[in-house]
Design a protein around this ligand. Structure first.
Ligand code: ADP
Ligand code: MG
Length: 302
């Protein structure tokens, strides 16, 4: 028996390591006007490393700071969390057990470690001030300078806070995925419009990656709900939007999009669930490939 074209396209995509969840999803893939891409874990490998530790005050040594931060990050599946845990392990540090873990998608994590509240996450805007003690302005300025400095080098700055006092700024470096620029070029051709980068990371790190892959429209510092708003804005402008993402922070945007594609290998469960399409073979080239496949299938249907 011969399969209907959309189903055989789904089977075909599956052979190439892309899970298209339904015929409707295949159909939606074939009609997109714009592509919105996440940065960390989507355009980049999502296997970042802690490249630098800048002390920012408080009584802790660098190994103590890393051990506390790693303890708080241990339950998180975010790529930055893995970077922090790896950094502690590579230095042979013992990572204490944390309790009362909570995470705020797009912001960071919080846990209790050895009776202390440890927070690891994105620098607050403006930098956290209130609890710095007597040397507030100096400590605050030093921390802001460390953040600026790291971001100017294209790094993601992550602030570690213990009992409300910022103790270190970590500079985290990530690498572009292989073939990222080619995939962006192919998606530009297929959608007929310039893609947009949606990221929770800082503007400077975002621009660096965008320049490397040929994206000029960059929206940085976005929380998960801001990514949704950005997608809605496209859809209201009449542009059916394909969102490509990997994280918990991308799940709402993946669900809100005309079509959502999750990068599967390291993708969070929530992202995989929210997406219409899951790239199991962990290559960005698979995204334009499956869009092209969906168009061929549609031509067979109509
Ligand atoms: P992206 O949109 O590029 O995938 P996210 O929205 O996941 O980035 O994260 C945005 C920012 O929030 C990060 O750059 C980081 O500063 C902070 N952040 C989020 N989760 C964590 C975490 N587990 N540990 C440290 N920082 C985090
Ligand atoms: Mg991501």
């Amino acid at each position: 028996a011969t399969m209907p074209p959309l189903l055989s396209a789904i089977a075909n995509a599956g052979r190439h390591g892309v899970l298209v969840k339904s015929a409707v999803a295949m159909e939606r893939l074939s009609r997109i006007d714009r592509v919105a891409l996440d940065k960390t874990g989507t355009l980049t490998e999502g296997a970042p490393r802690v490249a630098e530790v800048r002390p920012a005050g408080g009584p802790f040594t660098e190994p103590e700071v890393l051990a506390l931060a790693a303890a708080a990050e241990l339950p998180s599946e975010h790529p930055l969390a893995r970077a922090v845990v790896d950094a502690a392990r590579r230095r042979g540090l013992t990572v204490p057990r944390a309790t009362d873990f909570s995470s705020a998608p797009g912001r960071g994590v919080r846990a209790v470690v050895d009776g202390r509240v440890v927070e690891v996450g994105r620098p607050a805007v403006p930098p956290p001030a209130a609890q710095d003690g007597p040397d507030v302005p100096a400590a605050q300025e030093a921390r802001a300078a460390a953040v600026r400095d790291l971001e100017a080098a294209g790094r993601t700055a992550v602030v570690v806070t213990v009992d409300g006092v910022p103790v270190a700024v970590l500079g985290v470096a990530d690498r572009l995925r292989e073939g990222a620029a080619d995939a962006v070029a192919a998606l530009t051709r297929l959608s007929g419009t310039a893609p947009v980068l949606l990221t929770g990371d800082n503007e400077r790190a975002a621009r660096r990656v965008a320049d490397d892959v040929g994206i000029t429209d960059v929206r940085a510092g976005l929380l998960p709900e801001d990514k949704v708003a950005a997608v809605r804005e496209q859809e209201h402008a009449g542009l059916r939007t394909l969102v490509v993402g990997d994280g918990v922070n991308d799940a709402p945007a993946l669900a809100a999009a005309h079509c959502g594609v999750a990068m599967g290998r390291a993708g969070s469960d929530l992202a995989l669930e929210a997406a219409d399409v899951v790239v199991v073979r962990d290559e960005l080239a698979a995204v334009p490939a499956v869009v092209a496949l969906s168009r061929r299938a549609r031509r067979l249907v109509v």
